[in-house]
Design a protein around this ligand. Structure first.
Ligand code: C2E
Ligand code: MG
Ligand code: MG
Length: 684
């Protein structure tokens, strides 16, 4: 800011003169204009000039202005008027085409007083300014000069070096990406389109780094509304921004793997969809990747190892992609990959294969080699999606299909799958009403004691006859019931039915120890804290003794929450119940591991028995034999599932398996026929 030139007042000294003719246009000029002759006398002036100087025209004409004029630059001077008042004038000397010298005067007194006030305020605040964290800036819009406080200069790392009195010192340091916005916001406030300036932007520090700043300010306006002075503060908000960035990062990135999370992936997918809707030649694909049996790794090696593995997988996934593609962690062991700008589905399939090959190489975790496989579902934009969630849903459906067809596979979503997905939804919908509509029945399959050849118990198996679709296999609807949680009420219903049936048989036979009843228990049921209480109630209601009820639980159900499972299993044992591991051998657990749980028996999965007796003894038969022997050594009773042939039965007998179950004896039948089997007492 320039200071008022001198403190001395300029007197206007009268002199004798002749007056040249003056162009009439100056009369109409609103600016104060004075024409000087060669001797520096006032040769002409317009009414504005007379008004500004506070004298009559005749008084001024011919006077010599004792003003030092330095070239074309403006000078500021205080003029004393005839009435004694003073005013500050900015005077600029100009030459016209004819070589005549003009003075253009401007009243800057209000500006100066504002400036003086500001100066005063600044002085008053200099202590504050010096100690405050905010830099102060003042921009005189008329003269286009700017002042920056010492603290302001400090903020940009140039506390001592002089800056020009130009607003460019600020704007030139603004980050190129922010500059236009800052300029727009300054302009908006100057033009009166915003109540005040409040603008965050990055500013280049002298060290070359970028700092986040908050500029706040307001203009003072003349009575006509024109902005005169723009003044405000500058605050370094880099710390706050960093914290905000971190927060934003946390809401868009997975903390463990640092990959984008589901929210960010959705966002990218939305962009891809928008592009696909604009450009017919743009195709993208989403790969939905789920690790096979990750839970088992997590449960057996611990969460720390599981986490390490997920991070390593994330890095491998990143490496196996092209620059434009992106990978995200959707949660747990689920990842999603967006393949940008591919030609067709076969490109996506190739990437899926490449990813699976990459993941197939062993991972070294704590000196231990781990092998991982993954199932991948693929959906492409060729299906014409509108919403990100639909793309992910179909890729997810395809992934389930891939898993279902054996692990370590990939599958491309197609319309048949869509139909299947729709059917699943319908089943889910109908399943909700099935029990109340009496569409569910419980059938009973005998379990035979191999020592006596007699039926020692039954396994309750639920049956659903759909009013339109006919019988639906439990293999189809039980997983849906588990996924939706419907298994909880359904399982309770089956349990009560089975116990009521057994009680009815006991009454008919007059024998309370006729046989046992086995009921399947899903993992969802096992997770109910009041399960033991529920079962105790059913036992009381039906009069069945705890020892007569056997619960079949899969390894994976136990391993889902091993600690919670153990607590619940112990409570069930307190009721006297028998517990058995269903489908044993299909999971990952070792017998030694299961030893930690209060288990009474093992049911060897059907797949181990299937090949027995069909030609040479193969691995499965050998494993079945081993399981039976180990189980017996651990004091567990062993049940062979899926016995269909005499040869299978003979083998199981020869290895002293305790019980057997299978079509050779009987399929699951309704309660009446089961009772008939029990009373007719066939022996095998
Ligand atoms: P699971 O508990 O392993 O039941 C044995 C399955 O093998 C039954 O199939 C049975 O019909 C079948 N099976 C028995 N013997 C043979 C044989 O000799 N050969 C062949 N090929 N199959 C045989 P199902 O009834 O279709 O049930 C399938 C699965 O659904 C069950 O496997 C069980 O996990 C589940 N499930 C059935 N009912 C219930 C229930 O009430 N609650 C729960 N949570 N799950 C149930
Ligand atoms: Mg079972
Ligand atoms: Mg089974």
């Amino acid at each position: 800011m320039s200071s008022v030139q001198g403190e001395r007042d300029y007197e206007l000294t009268p002199q004798r003169a002749e007056f040249p003719r003056v162009d009439p246009w100056i009369e109409r000029e609103s600016d104060a204009l004075l024409l000087l002759d060669d001797a520096g006398r006032v040769a002409a002036l317009n009414p504005s000039a007379a008004r500004l100087l506070g004298r009559r025209r005749e008084e001024l004409l011919g006077q010599v202005l004792g003003i030092p004029l330095q070239g074309a630059s403006a000078v500021e001077l205080v003029v004393r008027r005839a009435d004694g008042s003073r005013t500050t004038v900015e005077m600029r000397s100009l030459c016209d085409d004819g070589g005549r010298r003009w003075l253009r005067l401007r009243d800057v007194s209000t500006l100066v007083s504002t400036r003086d006030e500001l100066e005063e305020a600044r002085e008053r605040n200099s202590l504050v300014e010096g100690s405050s964290n905010d830099g102060i800036w003042v921009w005189d819009l008329k003269s286009d000069r700017a002042h920056f406080s010492a603290r302001w200069r400090e903020l940009i790392g140039q506390p001592t070096e002089g800056l020009d009195d130009s607003i460019a010192e600020w704007l030139d340091r603004v980050h190129p990406e922010d500059r236009e916005r800052v300029q727009q916001e300054l302009r908006a406030h100057i033009d009166g389109r915003s109540p005040r300036l409040e603008c965050e932007h990055r500013l280049r520090h002298h060290s070359g780094t970028w700092r986040w700043m908050l500029a706040r300010g307001a203009v003072s306006r003349a009575s006509d509304g024109a902005a005169r002075l723009f003044a405000g503060s500058l605050t370094d908000i880099s710390h706050r921004k960093a914290a905000e960035d971190q927060l934003a990062h946390r809401s868009f990135y997975d903390a463990l793997t640092e990959l984008p999370n589901r929210a960010l992936f959705h966002d990218r997918l939305r962009h891809a969809l928008r592009r696909a809707s604009r450009r017919s030649d743009y195709v993208f694909a989403v790969l939905f990747l789920d690790l096979d049996r990750f839970k088992v790794i997590n449960d057996s090696l611990g969460h720390f190892a599981g986490d390490r593995l997920l991070v390593m997988i994330a890095r491998r996934l990143e490496l196996s992609l092209r620059p434009g593609d992106s990978v995200a962690r959707l949660g747990g062991d689920e990842f999603a990959i967006l393949l940008d700008d591919i030609r067709d589905a076969s490109d996506a399939v190739k990437v899926a294969e490449r990813v699976q090959t990459e993941l197939a190489a062993p991972f070294n975790i704590g000196g231990q080699e781990l092998f991982v496989s993954s199932s991948i579902g693929i959906a492409t934009s060729l299906s014409g999606y509108q919403r990100p969630e639909d793309v992910l849903r179909d890729a997810d459906t395809a992934m389930y299909r891939a898993k279902g067809s054996g692990r370590a596979r990939h599958a491309l979503f197609d319309t048949a799958m869509h139909a299947h997905a729709v059917q699943q939804l319908e089943i889910e919908r109908d399943l909700r009403r099935a029990v109340e509509r009496h569409e569910m029945r419980v059938h009973y399959q005998p379990i035979v004691s191999l020592a006596s050849g007699r039926i020692s118990g039954f396994e309750a198996l639920v049956r659903w006859t759909h009013p339109e679709r006919g019988p639906i296999s439990p293999a189809q609807f039980i997983p849906i019931a588990e996924e939706t949680g419907l298994i909880v009420p359904l399982g309770r219903w089956v349990l009560r039915q089975a116990c009521m049936e057994l009680a009815a048989w006991q009454r008919r036979l007059g024998n309370p120890r006729a046989c046992t009843m086995s009921v399947n228990l899903s993992s969802k049921q096992l997770n109910q804290p009041d399960l033991a209480h529920q079962i105790a109630q059913i036992l009381v209601e039906t009069g069945i003794a705890g020892e007569e009820l056997q619960l079949e639980i899969t390894e994976s159900a136990i391993l889902e929450h091993p600690d919670a499972a153990k607590t619940i299993l112990l409570k069930l044992k307190e009721l006297g119940l028998k517990l058995s591991i269903d489908d044993f051998g299909t999971g990952y657990s070792s017998l030694a591991y299961l030893q930690r749980f209060p288990i009474d028996s093992l049911k060897i999965d059907r797949s181990f028995v299937q090949h027995v007796g069909r030609g040479a003894e193969n691995d499965d038969a050998r494993i079945a034999r081993t399981i039976v022997m180990i189980g017996r050594n651990l004091g567990k009773s062993v049940v062979a599932e899926g016995i269909e042939t005499e040869a299978q039965l003979a083998l199981m007998r020869s290895v002293e398996c305790d019980h057997a179950q299978g079509y050779l004896f009987s399929k699951a039948v309704d309660g009446d026929r089961a009772l008939a089997l029990l009373t007719s007492g066939p022996t095998w």
